[in-house]
Design a protein around this ligand. Structure first.
Ligand SMILES: Cc1cc2nc3c(=O)[nH]c(=O)nc-3n(C[C@H](O)[C@H](O)[C@H](O)COP(=O)(O)O)c2cc1C
Length: 399
């Protein structure tokens, strides 16, 4: 059976939306907005939400809610959505995070996950009085951090001694909640450089990339797979994309043009300077944002590069192209989150599922619809499936 593509959205927990532009963005960063958004998402075919971690005002995001506490609140406000909180090694001790996440996992019935990010904003570390490590050294620390996290989640009397962390004979009680097929909260990992790919291949459950073209993405996948093969692992793959789905391709392209025309130029140029610390400082110059143009940087995770811009049909076709090149989870962002998450679920997802089913048939198999997250769409697609005896969509959730 073929596994359906999974979908996630970026939690807008920082102000200013996901593009640095004065174009209208009907997106809030407060909890009430996000609570409603999360409920819309879990009823529209989305399985995950990703909360970003920022500590200092930067790049239009003048106000930021902390990622782990915000994620926990979203888990409490939803029933099926898995919420991934971004965390920085160097800001957290892995033992404290392991413990925090076990509690979050119990409180949410096994829906808590982490995205380990190695950091790019030097000022956040330096002004907190924390060490700012060189680019590749940050990944040495990240690898140790993830090994500690997994060790504490899966072993009793766990010990690990390394360059950055020394854990001595530690057992966390309780252990993470027992979810079939999931040994512990899922460990996502975000980064694009060669060092990031190698580290993710060795230790992450999921590798998240910033927006990439199809060719660029294949490079990242190969880099991760090479490291994973040496360690006998099989990580899964996520990719960021900014979605502009409109009735006509022209409308979608005009919207992109307007976003870029109304970009806040000094902020984009300031961002370009500060991300050099993350990307251009890598030995081979292949870090994130290394090849980003002015237009790309207006969406700070390179989301325009993925090209999810056009009619629902065009976007669905492109999404399935990415699936063919190895994407298992598409991480999406929008101008108007509540409206567009709902319309993505209504207009784009059914076409994606049809195309995926066709692709599966071409390979002599079937799309495993029992793996689809429960939503009004899937309950129609799975009549009689016992898993569909589930909470109805709250009245007005999509209003
Ligand atoms: C999907 C994704 C999510 C990320 N989220 C965050 C975040 O919340 N906070 C942060 O400081 N960095 C975040 N990053 C940035 C990475 O941690 C890293 O600093 C960046 O990829 C630059 O490093 P690289 O050149 O090694 O790729 C994210 C990266 C990706 C791909």
């Amino acid at each position: 059976m073929a596994t359906p593509l999974k979908f996630a959205y970026w939690v807008p927990n920082v102000s200013g939306g996901l593009v640095v532009s004065t174009i209208e963005q009907r997106t809030g960063w407060d909890f009430e907005y996000n609570k409603k958004l999360a409920r819309i998402a879990e009823n529209s075919g989305f399985e995950y939400a990703l909360t970003q971690a920022r500590y200092a005002a930067s790049y239009g995001a003048d106000q930021q809610h902390e990622a782990t506490s915000f994620s926990l609140a979203l888990l409490g406000a939803t029933e099926r959505l898995k919420v991934i909180a971004a965390v920085h090694p160097g800001m957290w001790h892995p033992g404290v995070l392991a413990k925090f996440m076990i509690t979050a996992d119990h409180l949410s019935g096994g829906r808590a996950a982490v995205n380990i990010v190695s950091g790019w904003l030097k000022d956040e570390f330096v002004n907190f009085g924390l060490d700012w490590l060189d680019h590749d050294e940050r990944y040495v620390r990240t690898e140790e951090f993830i090994r500690v996290l997994r060790g504490l989640w899966t072993e009793q009397n766990f010990s690990q001694s390394g360059k950055y962390y020394n854990i001595n004979d530690f057992t966390l009680k309780p252990a993470p909640i027992d979810v079939p097929g999931r040994p512990h909260p899922e460990i996502f990992f975000g980064g694009n450089s060669t060092a990031a790919q190698a580290t993710a291949g060795r230790v992450a459950d999921w590798y998240f990339s910033n927006g990439r073209t199809l060719e660029g993405y294949a490079e990242n996948v190969n880099g991760v797979l090479a490291a994973a093969a040496e360690s006998g692992r099989t990580p899964r793959f996520g990719l960021n994309g900014f979605v502009i789905a409109r009735d006509t391709e022209k409308e979608a392209r005009d919207t992109l043009r307007e976003i870029v025309e109304k970009a806040h130029r000094p902020a984009v140029e300031g961002f370009a300077a500060s991300v050099k610390e993350a990307g251009a400082s890598t030995k081979d110059g292949k870090g994130m944002w290394a090849d980003a143009s002015y237009e790309d940087l207006v969406q700070y995770n390179d989301g325009f590069k993925t090209g999810l811009i056009g009619t629902p049909e065009q976007i669905a076709e492109r999404v399935v192209e990415y699936k063919k090149s190895g994407v298992n989870l598409l991480l999406t962002c929008y101008l108007h989150f509540q409206e567009e998450v709902a319309s993505f679920g209504r207009d784009v997802l059914p076409i994606v599922r049809e195309l995926e089913a066709g692709l599966a048939r071409k390979h002599g198999t079937e799309l495993d619809t029992s793996l689809l997250p429960l939503s009004p769409l899937t309950s129609q697609a799975r009549p009689g499936n016992p898993a569909d005896v589930a909470p109805a969509v709250p009245a007005g959730a999509l209003a």
